[in-house]
Design a binder for this molecule. Structure first.
Ligand SMILES: Nc1ncnc2c1ncn2[C@@H]1O[C@H](COP(=O)(O)OP(=O)(O)O)[C@@H](O)[C@H]1O
Ligand SMILES: [Mg+2]
Length: 349
């Protein structure tokens, strides 16, 4: 790949998340100059400028930033889905669609042969009738973070009540309109639609206007007192352990981090295998480990928390068939630049 073809698309002008928090940009100038030190000559733009000229952008290698801002998520997804037809996306379109979307991520990881824990992306509680589930089971909303919308449910009634909270009831205007339709349209008819029946129609209308919620159910892996955040960047693997609070099963959001642990046997091999199945320069993985088994709870190829990179004393490398810890502090921008350069080097174009 010639470096002149590399286009970097910021999520907002001059903004590339994330550094310490989603609202803090990395140092873009430093990132660019680090890329240049690897022989790359990226052209920097942003999603707003790209949108004005999208049909003209062809045959580029596009490395893009994401955003947690809801309107921007949709905007970035629309534009990059459009650009994917004429250009190469880094990370791949599948990873963009998986981002902040646990449902799509579940579908995609199944295709890649990663189905531990097992999971089901659902839109209606009635779908449970077609499944043979064992309880307790983990329920997740599609786009939550920090375990705020991840629950352990012991039966169908618990799932039902959590879903009720996730999908708001119809608002009062809708309820009022329902009564109007039900009570004041008794003699109404529609020419050409003889099946119209006012009461049934009011009921169907209310059902249609009642918000729903998509959700993910996941096999519960019991008795874990931590999970592992592994961030793969090019050939490097950064590691962080996250402890759960007493009486809880969720490690995400506790902020109880332990860096520079000795990884349990097989964890890094698993992380490497997962990373190689994806098409991205970086991958952040939330992994559970128990009795020699590994479970991929979640992954993100962009816009992930970066503490494991900047707060560890080093990273793991497997260049000789053996994992070795390489000590030394990592600067975020230079690490991300190195990861992108290594990825581009290793790709077949
Ligand atoms: N299937 C599961 N079995 C056991 N624990 C789980 C499971 N899924 C998630 N967890 C725990 O819950 C935490 C939050 O889940 P996760 O899917 O990472 O959601 P979030 O996006 O909110 O971080 C994880 O860090 C892990 O500790
Ligand atoms: Mg998580």
């Amino acid at each position: 790949m010639k470096s002149k073809d590399l286009l970097l698309i910021c999520s907002e002008p001059g903004f590339w998340g994330q550094e310490r928090k989603p609202w803090v940009s990395i140092d873009l100038r430093l990132f660019q100059s680090e890329l240049e030190s690897h022989g790359l000559k990226p052209q920097l733009t942003d999603i707003q400028s790209v949108a004005l000229d999208a049909a003209q952008i062809e045959d580029k290698c596009i490395f893009y930033a994401f955003s947690q801002r809801i309107h921007l998520r949709q905007y970035i997804k629309d534009l990059l889905t459009f650009l994917a037809q004429q250009n190469t996306l880094i990370p791949s379109l599948e990873l963009l669609l998986s981002h902040e979307n646990k449902g799509y991520a579940q579908l995609y990881s199944q295709r890649l042969g990663l189905s531990k824990p097992q999971g089901w992306y659902l839109t209606d509680i009635e779908q449970l009738k077609q499944l043979k589930l064992s309880y307790p089971i983990v329920l997740k909303s599609i786009s939550g973070t920090n375990a705020k919308t991840v629950w352990l449910c012991h039966n169908e009634a618990e799932i039902r009540s959590k879903l009720k909270r996730m999908a708001k009831s119809p608002n009062s205007l809708v309820k009022l309109d329902y009564l109007r339709r039900k009570l004041f349209r008794k003699n109404r008819s529609y020419a050409g639609y003889p099946r119209f029946e006012p009461r049934q129609d009011a009921q169907d209308w209310l059902t249609y206007m009642t918000p729903g919620a998509n959700f993910l159910l996941q096999e519960y892996i019991p008795n874990l007192d931590c999970d592992y955040r592994v961030i793969a960047v090019g050939k490097r693997f950064y590691l962080m352990q996250r402890l759960v609070n007493k009486g809880d099963f969720r490690a995400s959001g506790t902020k109880k981090f332990v860096f520079d642990i000795t990884p349990p046997e097989g964890l890094l091999d698993f992380a490497q295998d997962v990373f190689q199945r994806f098409d991205a320069p970086y991958l952040s993985m939330d992994i559970g480990h128990k009795e020699g088994q590994n479970y991929l709870f979640e992954f993100q190829a962009m816009h992930f928390g970066t503490a494991a990179i900047v707060r560890s004393q080093g990273f793991w490398l497997n260049e000789t068939g053996q994992w070795q810890f390489q000590e030394g502090a990592s600067s975020l921008e230079s690490t991300l630049a190195l990861g992108l350069a290594q990825y581009l080097e290793g790709r077949q174009w």
